[in-house]
Design a protein. Structure first.
Ligand code: NAD
Length: 419
C-alpha cells in the first residue's frame, strides 16, 4: 500500500484545525488539543526461535485524557511510525467523545510484520512490549485493544503479562480479549457491525435502498470481513473485496462466508479462486462503480490523486484515516456522502467500553443486550452528527469533529489547566 502512513499526523492536525476554526475555539485550547499529551518510545529485545536476539521498536501515545482513561488499540505492522501512532491516538480522543463514552484517546504500535513471526515469537514480543509500556497502562489509566495485526490471542497474552506482574488477574487492563478470559460477547464483530449500522442509516438518509445496494470493501481483516458479512445479511451485494494479496471482483456478488472461511485457514485471500472472479489491484478496487465503498485497511488510501475517480454514492470509513483532507474536499464537491472514521468505526471502542465495564463489575451481559446497546449508541451518534452537518451545511466529517472536539474542549476547559 503506497504511502500508507504519509502525513497521518499532519492530516489529523489539519482536520482538527479546520474544526477548531469552525467552532471558533479559543487559541489556548487549540494549542493544548493539537498535540499528544504523553508519548513513550521503547526499543526492546526478543529472543527469536533460532536463538538470535532481535531488537524491536514500539510506541504508546496518549493524546488527551480529559474525559477519562486513555483508550486505543495496539498495531503490529512493518510501517508503524510515531506520527502514525500520534494520529491514531488523536482520532481515538475524538471517537470516544463522539459516541460519548468516558475515555480519552491513545494508541500503540510495534514496527513488525507479525505474519513473519512464529506463534512463540509473537507471544514473547507481546509479553515484552506489554512489560515495556506497563508503566502507562492500567484499568484505571490506559486500556489497549486490538488493531491491525493484533487479535484476541495477543490481548490475552498482554492481559496475562500485566496480571503476572501484579500477582492477580486484571481483566479490565485490556479489551478485545477472548470471551473465555473476560472478553465481551459481540466484541469481535463490533466494529464491522457498527460500520454496517451507519451504512444503513446513511443509505436511509440518502434514499438509497440497502437491499441490493452494491458494496466494495478494501481490507478483509477483522473490520472488512465482518462488514462484508453484515452488509450481505442486510441484503446488500458485496461485489469486491481486497486484502494485502490484492482485489477480488465479481459484479454478480461474492461468496463472503466462503472467503471468510478461506482466510481463517490461509491467513489471507492469497490463492482464493472461484468462478467469475476477476483479479484487480487495490487501487483499481477503490475506483469500481458501486453504491457503498468501505475502506477497511489502512490510512491514506483516498488522496487528491484518486479521489476524482471514486465512483460510489456513499463512503463509509471502516479504517482510521483512509481519506486525506484534500481528498475530502474533492469527494464533498462530487456529492459523495462520507461517514467519517470517528463515527463509522466507533462500534469497536463502544463494545470495548462494555467489555471494560463488565470486567470492572465482574458481571456479564448477554450478546443481545450488547448488540442492542451498540445499535442505540451508533444510531444516536449518527443522528447527532447528521443534525450538526445539516445545520452548518458542512461535511459529515466536519459535523462529527464539531460534536467531538467541542466535548473534549469543554471537558479540558472545565477541569482547568494544572497547576
Ligand atoms: P486486521 O489486521 O484484522 O486487517 C487488516 C486488513 O487489511 C487485512 O485484510 C490486510 O490484508 C489488509 N491490508 C493490509 N495491507 C493492505 C493493502 N496494502 N491493501 C489492502 N488491504 C490491505 O485489522 P483490522 O482490525 O481489521 O483494522 C483495519 C482498519 O480498521 C484499521 O484502520 C484499524 O485502525 C481500523 N479499526 C479497527 C478496529 C478494530 O476493532 N479492530 C476498530 C476501529 C478501527
Amino acid at each position: 500500500m503506497a504511502d500508507s502512513h504519509r502525513n497521518a499526523f499532519e492530516n489529523a492536525q489539519r482536520q482538527f484545525d479546520l474544526a477548531a476554526e469552525k467552532l471558533n475555539l479559543d487559541h489556548s485550547l487549540r494549542r493544548v488539543l493539537r498535540v499528544p499529551q504523553r508519548e513513550l518510545s521503547v526499543n526492546f529485545p526478543v529472543k527469536m526461535d533460532n536463538g538470535e536476539i532481535q531488537v524491536f521498536s514500539g510506541y504508546r501515545v496518549q493524546h488527551n485524557v480529559s474525559r477519562g482513561p486513555a483508550k486505543g488499540g495496539i498495531r503490529y505492522h512493518h510501517a508503524v511510525d510515531i506520527d502514525e501512532v500520534r494520529a491514531l491516538a488523536m482520532w481515538m480522543t475524538w471517537k470516544c467523545a463522539l459516541v460519548n463514552i468516558p475515555y480519552g484517546g491513545a494508541k500503540g504500535g510495534v514496527i513488525v510484520d507479525p505474519t513473519k513471526l512464529s506463534q512463540s515469537e509473537l507471544e514473547r514480543l507481546t509479553r515484552r512490549f506489554a512489560t515495556e509500556i506497563s508503566i502507562l497502562v492500567g484499568a484505571e489509566k490506559d486500556i489497549p485493544a486490538p488493531d491491525v495485526g493484533t487479535n484476541g490471542q495477543v490481548m490475552a497474552w498482554f492481559m496475562d503479562t500485566i496480571s503476572m506482574h501484579r500477582g492477580y488477574t486484571v481483566p479490565a487492563v485490556i479489551t478485545g480479549k477472548p470471551v473465555e478470559v473476560g472478553g465481551s460477547l459481540g466484541r469481535v464483530e463490533a466494529t464491522g457491525r457498527g460500520v454496517s449500522i451507519v451504512a444503513r442509516e446513511a443509505a436511509k438518509h440518502l434514499g438509497l435502498r440497502i437491499e441490493g445496494a452494491t458494496v466494495v470493501i478494501q481490507g478483509f481483516g477483522n473490520v472488512g470481513s465482518v462488514t462484508a458479512d453484515m452488509m450481505q445479511r442486510m441484503g446488500s451485494k458485496v461485489i469486491a473485496v481486497s486484502d494485502v494479496s490484492g482485489g477480488y471482483y465479481n459484479r454478480r456478488g461474492l461468496n463472503i462466508p466462503e472467503m471468510i472461511a478461506y482466510t481463517k485457514q490461509h491467513r489471507s485471500l492469497e490463492g482464493y479462486q472461484a468462478e467469475g472472479i476477476e483479479r484487480v489491484s487495490n487501487s483499481e478496487l477503490l475506483e469500481i462503480e458501486c453504491d457503498i465503498l468501505a475502506p477497511c485497511a489502512l490510512e491514506n488510501q483516498i488522496t487528491e490523486e484518486n479521489a476524482g475517480r471514486i465512483r460510489c454514492k456513499l463512503l463509509v470509513e471502516g479504517a482510521n484515516g483512509p481519506t486525506t483532507p484534500e481528498a475530502d474536499d474533492i469527494l464533498f464537491e462530487k456529492g459523495i456522502f462520507v461517514v467519517p472514521d470517528i463515527l463509522a468505526n466507533a462500534g469497536g471502542v463502544t463494545v470495548s467500553y462494555f467489555e471494560w465495564v463488565q470486567g470492572l463489575q465482574e458481571f456479564f451481559w448477554t450478546e443481545e443486550e450488547i448488540n442492542n446497546k451498540l445499535e442505540r449508541i451508533m444510531q444516536h451518534s449518527f443522528e447527532s452528527v447528521l443534525a450538526q452537518t445539516l445545520k452548518h451545511k458542512v461535511s459529515m466529517r466536519m459535523g462529527g469533529y464539531m460534536v467531538a472536539v467541542a466535548r473534549v474542549a469543554e471537558a479540558t476547559q472545565i477541569r482547568g489547566i494544572y497547576p
